[in-house]
Design a protein around this ligand. Structure first.
Ligand SMILES: Nc1ncnc2c1ncn2[C@@H]1O[C@H](COP(=O)(O)OP(=O)(O)OP(=O)(O)O)[C@@H](O)[C@H]1O
Ligand SMILES: [Mg+2]
Length: 433
């Protein structure tokens, strides 16, 4: 799929997902509001039913004579309310609220709407809550003033409404999360695949180029050797034979480098452990690079301070690790390479540090340089060749020995790679992520 098309699909899907999430949020909010409204209506209905029962009670006991004597019935109404049995009110409210399946915890009271004085209050009720409660209704009938108010409040109303909806809210949250996570993982894995495939293509191009150069040099040298007139000039024969030998060696090294990585990936290698003197290995590695560094007027220094430098390790692999680090330090130094290899030991093992004053690595690339095929774009340094496999190999081998490797680098100033190797081999193998 073309990158542009993929980007369009990703962006459209992301927008659609955000739309679904926003819509879902409003749906849930509306559903909670509706539940609250329904709760309010039910509470109101409950209060009205209780009041209707009270009114029926009052009317039953109201004789015409009493009504006429009683100042339009208002005094009688007051007396009736004030003489109400709290247990009776409690029973009435309980039964109505139970029928309407309202929250079981509530407090109620009856107060005078003008003076705000309570004539009845349930146990532990908070007066302010009752006076401010939205659940209230006047106790009256058509010919009486709204003198008394029956009010109720539910301290757990919010929880009650939420508990009712919890399952729907949780389920929609979980499904949303699954969809978003699935989308994110798919997009990320696609991008990673794409990046890996680009890096592999670069690798193949690089490799073809790297192999082509020695092959064409060898073929030219062979053609020269085939010439009759050359065969009688020993110096020329020697020169061309040397060219063939060196280029063949270069070819072999490159193929070995790639094969080492294939071996790491198959995970079928065994470390051949033996006592290895790291100082000795460092000296040998320095000898191998001496000429290259000298040719570029650079300096290869050592500061071998480890009191104990012998570790249990695979000689060949650790030697390759050192070569890779020094090779990088030289390759990624402009002008004269200034490299220092130092060691120190602690109670657990030896730390080898390869320090250079080269081009350095930008922070955003540091976390990736140990990954397979990863190469930092080198800007104007187009001639720096490589497959992006060296540090992957280095880290894999160091981890396989139970050690670790860290890097510090400042762009334009240089890099510092520190590999720790324990004295004794650590069984636990780790894998480069
Ligand atoms: N000492 C260093 N200074 C600056 N950049 C470095 C240094 N060492 C490694 N890098 C960066 O890290 C990348 C990965 O290094 P790595 O050794 O894995 O690959 P490479 O050198 O490109 O190829 P090869 O497989 O031949 O070693 C390099 O391409 C380079 O950009
Ligand atoms: Mg390298």
């Amino acid at each position: 799929m073309k990158r542009k098309l993929f980007n369009v699909i990703i962006i459209t899907t992301a927008i659609a997902l955000s739309g679904i999430i926003v819509t879902q949020f409003f749906w849930v909010r509306d559903a909670v509001n509706m539940k609250n409204e329904q709760f309010y209506q039910n509470a109101h209905l409950g209060l009205k039913r209780v009041i209707n029962q009270l009114m029926a009670l009052q009317n039953d006991s109201l004789t015409a004579a009493k009504f006429l004597q009683a100042d339009n019935g208002n005094n009688y109404h007051s007396q009736f309310i004030q003489s109400l049995d709290p247990a009776l009110i409690k029973r009435m409210i309980n039964s109505e609220f139970k029928n309407l399946e309202l929250c079981k915890v509530y407090y109620y009271g009856i107060y005078d709407s003008e003076s705000h004085e309570f004539v009845m209050l349930s146990e532990d009720a908070d007066i302010h809550e009752l006076l401010n409660s939205e659940h209230n209704a006047p106790i009256s009938c058509v010919f009486q003033k709204n003198q008394y108010i029956l009010a109720v409040y539910f301290p757990l109303q919010r929880d009650f409404v939420f508990n009712n909806m919890q399952i729907y809210i949780s389920l929609s949250g979980v499904f949303m999360l699954i969809v978003v996570a699935g989308f994110w993982l798919t997009a990320r894995s696609w991008l990673m695949q794409k990046k890996l495939s680009e890096m592999k293509t670069d690798f193949v191009n690089n490799m073809t180029h790297e192999l082509k150069t020695p092959i064409s040099t060898i073929s030219i040298a062979c053609e020269m050797l085939k010439r009759k007139e050359i065969q009688f000039i020993p110096d020329r024969v020697d020169k061309y034979a040397n060219i063939i030998y060196n280029e063949n060696d270069r070819l072999k090294n490159q193929v070995d480098h790639v094969l080492q990585i294939a071996m790491l990936d198959r995970k079928d290698y065994e470390l051949k452990l033996q006592n290895v003197d790291l100082h000795e290995l460092i000296e040998q590695s320095m000898n191998r690079f001496e000429v290259t560094v000298a040719e570029r007027n650079g300096e290869l220094k050592k500061r071998l301070n480890a009191a104990k430098s012998v570790v249990l390790a695979d000689h060949r692999h650790i030697s390759n690790v050192l070569d890779n680090l020094v090779d990088n330090a030289i390759k990624y130094s402009q002008d004269k390479p200034e490299i220092t290899i130092s060691t120190f030991s602690n109670k657990n093992g030896v730390v080898i540090t390869v320090d250079d004053c080269g081009i350095g690595i930008a922070d955003e690339h540091l976390k990736n340089i140990f990954k397979q095929f990863h190469r930092v774009p080198t800007g104007d340094l187009h001639d720096v060749k490589g497959f992006g496999l060296g540090l992957y190999y280095v880290k894999s081998i160091v981890l396989a020995h139970g050690g670790n490797i860290t890097v510090k680098s400042t762009l334009g100033k240089g890099s510092n790679f520190s590999a720790f190797l324990p004295f004794t081999y650590n069984e636990k193998k780790q894998v480069v992520k």
